[in-house]
Design a protein around this ligand. Structure first.
Ligand code: ZN
Length: 212
């Protein structure tokens, strides 16, 4: 059960990585879209400037000014051409970025779906274990109700004092709670099974495996 939070963290990290990768690709697409719109604005501006210069051609006073205006228009047209080229490149970039963003979106969706399923399974597992634990606790409570009150109190005292282990088996004449050997006279009493017998060393209640 301890491994569920660790596994969950690992899977959450995978989802986060997929999301970051997707967001980075979307950011590339957006940046290309912004740059492409800027080229459109620049082209419109160049068209407006060219129109103004064309109008000026009709009002120039001399040939030198006429030639200068033509040169200005020529350089503006070249500039407009390079904006157009850049704009087309950016349209290609946007298409590529869209394609990879669709892939990363699908991967993100897949990871998110896996994570949701994992969480649902984990919750079901925890609920099942909690149910089993509740049933066992109820069984223990019922069993303890049948036990003599003095023995129950003794058991609970030892349970508290000895780290949750109040009753231990004797194996090969040894108390498996503290690993000291059980003296023969005590062992006989444990074998008889007619009274509650405690280990001399650790005070835990002793029983022989295979006997009730
Ligand atoms: Zn002992």
């Amino acid at each position: 059960m301890e491994s569920i939070p660790i596994e969950r963290e690992k899977r959450q990290a995978e989802v986060d990585r997929a999301r970051a990768a997707h967001e980075a690709r979307v950011a590339v697409q957006r940046a290309a879209e912004v740059a492409q719109r800027e080229t459109e604005v620049a082209i419109k501006q160049a068209d407006a400037d060219l129109q103004k210069l064309e109008g000026r051609l009709n009002t120039v006073k001399n040939n030198a000014e006429y030639q200068a205006t033509l040169l200005q228009m020529e350089s503006l047209r070249r500039e407009r051409g390079s904006y157009e080229e850049r704009g087309l490149e950016l349209l290609d970039d946007i298409e590529t970025a869209k394609t990879v963003a669709v892939e990363s979106a699908a991967l993100l969706e897949e990871k998110e779906q896996e994570f949701r399923e994992f969480c649902a399974e984990g919750e079901a597992f925890v609920a099942e274990k909690r149910g089993e634990l509740d049933a066992l606790t109820e069984q223990l409570r019922a069993a303890m109700a049948d036990v003599d009150v003095n023995v129950r109190e003794l058991y609970e005292r030892i349970f508290e004092a000895r780290g949750g282990m109040g009753v231990v088996a004797v194996e090969g004449n040894t108390c498996t709670g503290c690993y000291t050997s059980v003296p023969p006279n005590l062992l006989v009493k444990v074998q008889a099974g007619s009274a509650v017998i405690q280990c001399d060393a650790c005070q835990r209640i002793l029983y022989l495996p295979g006997s009730d």
